[in-house]
Design a protein around this ligand. Structure first.
Ligand SMILES: NC(=O)c1ccc[n+]([C@@H]2O[C@H](COP(=O)([O-])OP(=O)(O)OC[C@H]3O[C@@H](n4cnc5c(N)ncnc54)[C@H](OP(=O)(O)O)[C@@H]3O)[C@@H](O)[C@H]2O)c1
Length: 247
């Protein structure tokens, strides 16, 4: 799947919701899915960033996207209910959900973690991902073949010192994906995790400020795996945690 080559129209007639679509990996995933024919719904915190991605997609002649400015830290059940109602009205179904938005917080010894930072990280990285998935579920059921992709991390599979609440949130993400995948079993919905690996984004730069970014993969280089998981080629893949960068 790392060298997966999607047909130009692999995502045609699909509607895909991407969280954190204004920057980093989410932005590139949105552009890539749109390039392959999907109508993308761009959800993120900063409206201006979403508008830039919107303009890029329109200027490239891809299907017209939609924008949902939403701070997932404070988002309520009603926000997600309203979002589901709007998607249902405009598109009738949802074929893909890329749960990508996350925050890093600050790195340091767990002994000294800040409780409010911990709570914010859990809200954005875990609770909000669970909520959006729950409220999108009825729309995913209406798709002939729907894919939910959570975003994990290497520090969500093997504990590592100083990665604190972020690492704990990513262990929770892996557990959430496994639980959900076991419940959906063999249905029209598949649920998997992707671990991007070290990638040239602002989140990575804040975790490793002294690192030479030219040594890192770009988000564009990860896209074969992101495309694979959203395309019909992965219809039989469920409950897997997949590395976007081969070891
Ligand atoms: N980059 C890596 O090396 C790496 C490695 C392993 C895993 N990951 C995971 O990959 C995913 C993408 O990471 P990235 O490196 O692309 O990060 P990034 O460049 O920091 O982008 C994160 C995105 O999430 C959005 N976001 C943050 N808080 C939000 C909130 N409260 N509500 C709505 N949207 C919010 C941001 O929107 P704003 O810009 O508007 O704040 C931004 O679009 C994350 O889940 C991350 O944990 C990344």
């Amino acid at each position: 799947m790392h060298d997966y080559k999607a047909a130009a129209n692999a995502l045609e007639n699909k509607t895909i919701l991407i969280t954190g679509a204004g920057d980093g990996i989410g932005r590139v995933a949105a552009l890539t899915y749109a390039k392959h024919g999907a109508t993308v719904i761009l959800l993120g915190k900063t409206t201006q960033k979403l508008e830039c991605v919107y303009d890029e997609i329109v200027n490239l002649g891809y299907p017209k996207p939609a924008i949902v400015p939403l701070d997932m830290r404070g988002a309520t059940k009603q926000n997600y209910r309203d979002l589901a109602a709007t998607i249902e009205q405009q598109f009738g179904k949802l074929d893909g959900l890329l749960n990508n938005a996350s925050i890093l917080g600050s790195l340091g010894p767990l002994e000294h973690f800040c409780v409010s930072t911990f709570e914010n990280i859990m809200k954005v990285n875990v609770t909000a991902q669970a909520m959006i998935t729950k409220y999108m579920f009825p729309l995913l059921r209406k798709s002939p073949s729907a894919s939910v992709v959570f975003t994990s991390s290497g520090v969500g599979r093997q504990g590592r010192e100083f990665w604190g609440p972020y690492a704990i949130s990513k262990f929770a993400t892996e557990g959430m994906m496994q639980t959900w995948a076991a419940e959906v079993g063999k249905t029209n919905i598949r649920i998997n995790c992707i671990n991007p690996g070290a990638t040239r984004t602002s989140m990575r730069a804040s975790a490793f400020p002294g690192e030479d970014k030219n040594t890192l993969k770009t988000a564009e280089e990860l896209m074969p795996t992101y495309l694979y998981l959203m395309s019909e080629s992965s219809n039989d893949v469920n409950g897997q945690s997949i590395d976007a960068q081969p070891k």
